[in-house]
Design a protein around this ligand. Structure first.
Ligand code: FMN
Length: 193
């Protein structure tokens, strides 16, 4: 069965460094027959500014976000795929706000029973990948932390490619030609796992 991979590109730049990394990853994964879908989270139409903590998802029998907008089917897709890739530029030592608009709404993919002290999610066993770049070489470790911890908490495998000193949008390919091979190889490896 070909691997199903969902990539959330959280950069507002259509041809920036994040998009270059996403295309490299896709190239590697597609070369091994993976079914790859890319979503640009900056360009979805949202009904609310991110997760509004309505908790309707916790009352639903399904793993679904109850906000009816263009992010809802993307979240549903996360529960179906084998691999979720988050791609983002470093914005003030964290992920972009555009990525967080989707990331926080993953709350709907968990069910907590506080009395029993249990948590269940269809994300367990999947792979979470982080692709990120920054202009300087400080802060990418901080950016990585919430993704690594989310993977750990969820019992997902975790991989990341972090590119410091990537330059301004679109410069990464010129500045870091070897990163291309690395990201393609990771895409290819993950498609075969
Ligand atoms: C709002 C904003 C905040 C940024 N914050 C940082 C930062 O804290 N540290 C850093 O090294 N680069 C920072 N950058 C630079 C980007 O992270 C970097 O150029 C990235 O590779 C751009 O990816 P993109 O082309 O996909 O947008 C920032 C850029 C913007 C627009």
């Amino acid at each position: 069965m070909p691997k199903k991979i969902l990539i959330i590109n959280g950069s507002p730049k259509k041809d920036g460094n994040t998009t270059v990394m996403v295309e490299w990853f896709k190239q590697g994964a597609a070369s091994k027959g993976a079914d790859v879908e890319i979503v640009r989270s900056a360009f979805l139409k949202y009904k609310t500014p991110g997760c509004i903590s309505c908790r309707a998802c916790q009352k639903s029998a399904k793993y679904e976000c109850c906000i009816e907008d263009e992010a809802k089917p993307v979240l549903a897709k996360m529960a179906e795929v084998d691999v979720i890739v988050f791609a983002t530029p470093l914005y003030f030592f964290g992920p972009s706000a555009q990525l967080k608009l989707i990331f926080d709404r993953m709350f709907s993919l968990y069910k907590w029973d506080n009395d029993a002290g249990t948590m269940e999610t269809p994300l367990t066993g999947k792979t979470l990948v982080l692709l990120a770049s920054a202009f300087e070489d400080i802060g990418l470790d901080v950016l990585e932390k919430p993704f690594a911890l989310t993977a750990q908490y969820t019992m997902m495998k975790f991989e990341s490619v972090l590119v410091a000193n990537a330059g301004v949008s679109g410069e990464i390919a010129k500045k870091w030609p070897k990163t291309r091979e690395k990201v393609i190889a990771i895409g290819s490896d993950i498609a075969q796992q």
